[in-house]
Design a protein around this ligand. Structure first.
Ligand code: SF4
Length: 168
């Protein structure tokens, strides 16, 4: 996006994806991302006295991976760049961020199942590993997170075979 030479033609267009309907000019509706987050991109807590932050130590490797995933700003560039309009880089960053932390363990399986289900319902395409999402991501979210999400989803499917499709 930032590499061009003087005199080159630059095409400016809105994000192209069926799940991001154009509202006007370059403005698109990305609320599909919000609904995916609402489906599981959170940690539920009973609020009361604030817990001491040091009661849940997180190893450096896990903390670094979680922070790498948390860098996603939900811009949607990955979807727009993908020939399949896949949202898997975005969803995998959100699933991986919480799966990497102790606070995210309780809802880990439910989160993976519900977020992937919502992603599918929103009409995003499947990943065929072309890597265009990773190439345009302003936060350098790695394709490795898609592999992690697939593992998370597969494990959740196996452990919840009787309830898949009904988990909320
Ligand atoms: S391009 Fe990167 S930062 Fe933007 S939504 Fe996709 S994964 Fe997140």
């Amino acid at each position: 996006m930032r590499h061009f030479h003087d005199g080159e033609t630059i095409t400016v267009e809105p994000w192209r994806a069926r799940s991001f309907p154009v509202l006007r000019d370059l403005v698109t509706d990305r609320s599909a991302f919000d609904r995916i987050i609402q489906a599981g991109g959170f940690v539920s807590v009973n609020t009361d006295g604030t817990q001491d932050g040091n009661t849940l130590p997180v190893g450096k490797v896990d903390a670094d991976r979680a922070m790498d995933a948390a860098a996603c700003i939900a811009c949607g560039a990955c979807v727009a760049a993908c020939k399949n309009a896949s949202a898997m880089l975005f969803v995998s960053a959100k699933v991986s961020h919480l799966a990497q932390l102790p606070q995210g363990q309780v809802e880990r399986e439910r989160r993976a199942l519900n977020m992937v289900r919502q992603m599918d319902q929103e009409g995003f395409g499947n990943c065929t590993v072309t890597g265009s999402c990773e190439a345009v991501c302003p936060k350098e979210i790695s394709l490795d997170f898609i592999a992690k999400m697939n593992r998370e989803y597969g494990a959740a499917i196996l452990k919840n075979q009787d309830t898949v499709g009904t988990i909320d």
